[in-house]
Design a binder for this molecule. Sequence first.
Ligand code: AMP
Length: 402
Amino acid sequence: MDKLYIKDIDIQKIHGKRVMVRTDYNVPLDEDGNITDDTRIRATLPTINFLLDENAKVIIASHLGRPDGKVNPKYSLKPVARRLQGFLKERANVIMAEDCIGTKVKKQIEDMHCGDVIVLENLRFYPGEEKNDPSFAKELANLCDVFIQDAFGNCHRKHASMIGIDGFVPSAAGFLLKKEIDYFEKAVNNPMRPVVALLGGAKVSDKIKIIENLSKKMDKILIGGAMAFTFLKAQGFGVGKSLVEDSMLDVVKNLMDMSKKNGIKLYLPVDFVVAEKFNNSAETKVVPYQEIPENWIALDIGPATTKLFFEALQDAKTIVWNGPMGAFEFDAFSRGTYAMVDAVTSSHASTIVGGGDTDMAFHKSGKTHEVSFISTGGGAFLKLLEGGVLPGIASLSDKNKA
Ligand code: AMP
């Protein structure tokens, strides 16, 4: 990475100074406001601990949910501050700020001890955050001497706190951001070969740029999920009532031609679990790909496909996975996705997994610790897979500014 990294910064610029860390603490909450998954908080602890070791005043800035530029207690970061205190224990005092900008917060930061942490209130309580208002960014920058970007999951968004602060203070990548980028680079741009992509999910149109980009880099691409039906229809097969994007048929045909030309092996499912209706208790059966009945919906890959994909993954040294193999939220159509969790965790490949649904499958199966790396970013991870640049990273200070 050619951007400034937290460890490259002259320690005198951090020691005892006000250091703002932009985190992605957009954590899921239940109806009572309790955090149901704190992975994103835990993932930022290396950066926070490093700064505490340097006796910095650590200022946490984050958004939570979609309060649409208005104060809404439902989206307060208070539960996050409590959870963070639970992680840091007596190592640091975690203070909840009254706001995220303004004189009151400035005073709270002035009064805090070095080696303490303050959690700013939700940045999205101000419309300036999502509108990338430079005056909002400047107010945030006024609160700190150094800015650390660790909100990987939000780096695809051009919001004030993501791209607006670097113009005012030195801005560097935190440990989480660096880890995300390093794993991604190793898996996609400089992989141990053979490298295999396992792609699923609902829409080809959402993933087409990813498939195009990966077809220049992977040795094999395995396509599952509803995307497969557009590929099958493009080859003239009937797909019943399964999800298809007719507008993408030509694009998909070109892509299949291009993959052939580039020597990339494109694997499509050879059988499916089909259902009469899209619900958990509908009648289901397994059929070969050429025999999807006219009025039935294919909702998962079948056992022969599971075996085919399993074998295609066995010799991989690197695996990149995004998107479920079927409508895995329903038990009746989840087998294919969980079989791929088993395939990936039993292989010896270095595996990177990303995208909201895919990491959910790992969490539900209790196998998160058996995979090399699960990205904390959904949209940001997808943008990288497309070969895109993340604005939240592009705007950081250059390395030579250390
Ligand atoms: P994406 O956000 O594009 O990764 O899509 C994830 C969604 O795709 C999940 O909600 C799945 O239920 C859905 N999905 C995967 N396979 C199918 C399928 N065969 N039919 C309908 N939905 C599917």
